[in-house]
Design a binder for this molecule. Structure first.
Ligand code: HEM
Length: 302
């Protein structure tokens, strides 16, 4: 038993247990020896050391970084200057680097747990949007690596593809805000959650939640209609991407409603996030198929 414990348990004053008097001995100044006992000596660390420790623990991040590094080296060594695959490999490299930097920023400024600062409300959607950039880079690399060479072609669909693509980024960003609001201020019931969103008394973050389903329904249905009109009769992998896109929007809207109904259990959150990524990959694939075309090897040799 140390000095502090002894002091706490010292029955030197006999007090009536029902008395309101406090034991004055508990408020005596601590001696130097007692103070020294409370000092915990921790090994000094720096941001770099801490980042390396976390990185070594995260096997997925290590494998991903090595694979993307390999992708970059191969892309730049085997492809000619200006080749689309060099750009997509570069985008993947940029995406993984910025993903790590945003992660480090979040840890450094402790934008975690119950922090409800503006910085956190911005960094969470930025992190998710960056993940979409990384996914786009990887998807394009896979798409283009199936051909010997590709070149961009004029397409009347370019504007729509970019417009709906940005719309999907907006759905994801508002979804990330909704996820943060649910973490910080979980509703007790569906009714109280919706009342808090519409009432405006629960703060900006909760009020912003309403944007997500509105964006998702409007942009999701718009994208489905566009695919049915312009991309439904394509062939090969583009045809498959169009069908996956339409199916995913339909299923995702349903999962979104179930998510709200069941008060966002973690399993449904994960399914919802996975479907969002599948939708994004199918859209990027479709966009690549409609705006680039394989180049014959004879043309490449010229
Ligand atoms: C095209 C349709 C949709 C897409 C692509 C989409 C995408 C997303 C994304 C990316 C997140 C962030 C996940 C995270 O960071 O953990 C999210 C969160 C959320 N979404 Fe959606 N969403 C869609 C439709 C809907 C609909 C229709 C509703 C409700 C009626 C909804 C309700 C929610 C809720 C409550 C969250 C926060 C909880 C969570 O993280 O799962 N979503 N959504």
């Amino acid at each position: 038993m140390n000095n502090m414990d002894e002091k706490m348990n010292k029955p030197s004053l006999r007090l009536n247990p029902l008395s309101m008097h406090v034991n004055p001995e508990l408020f005596e100044k601590a001696t130097e020896e007692e103070k020294a006992e409370l000092v915990v000596i921790r090994q000094g660390t720096s941001l770099w050391k801490d980042a390396m420790r976390r990185f070594r623990k995260n096997k997925f991040a290590m494998v991903a970084l090595v694979l993307i590094g390999w992708l970059l080296v191969r892309g730049f060594r085997t492809e000619p200057k200006g080749a689309p695959i060099r750009k997509s490999a570069g985008l993947s490299g940029f995406g993984v680097l910025s993903e790590s930097l945003i992660g480090a920023f979040i840890v450094l400024f402790e934008l975690v747990e119950f922090d409800d600062s503006i910085a956190r409300s911005i960094s969470v959607p930025v992190h998710l949007v960056n993940t979409l950039v990384l996914l786009a880079g990887l998807t394009l690399t896979v798409f283009w690596s199936t051909e010997e060479g590709v070149a961009t072609v004029e397409s009347p669909h370019r504007r729509a593809l970019i417009g709906f693509g940005l719309g999907m980024v907006a759905i994801a960003a508002t979804g990330a805000v909704a996820a943060l609001a649910d973490t910080l201020f979980p509703p007790d019931s569906v009714r109280s959650g919706i009342a808090a969103e519409l009432g405006g008394e629960s703060g900006l973050l909760t009020s912003l939640k309403v944007l997500h389903p509105l964006f998702a329904i409007a942009i999701g249905i718009g994208a489905v209609r566009w695919i049915r009109m312009h991309a439904w009769d394509l062939s090969g992998s583009a045809r498959l991407a169009a069908r996956i896109g339409v199916f995913t929007v339909g299923f995702q809207l349903l999962v979104g409603v179930i998510n709200v109904w069941l008060l966002t259990p973690i399993v449904i959150q994960l399914i919802h996030l996975l479907l969002a990524d599948v939708l994004w990959i199918s859209w990027v694939w479709l966009a690549a198929a409609l705006t680039t075309a394989p180049v014959r090897s004879s043309a490449l040799a010229e």
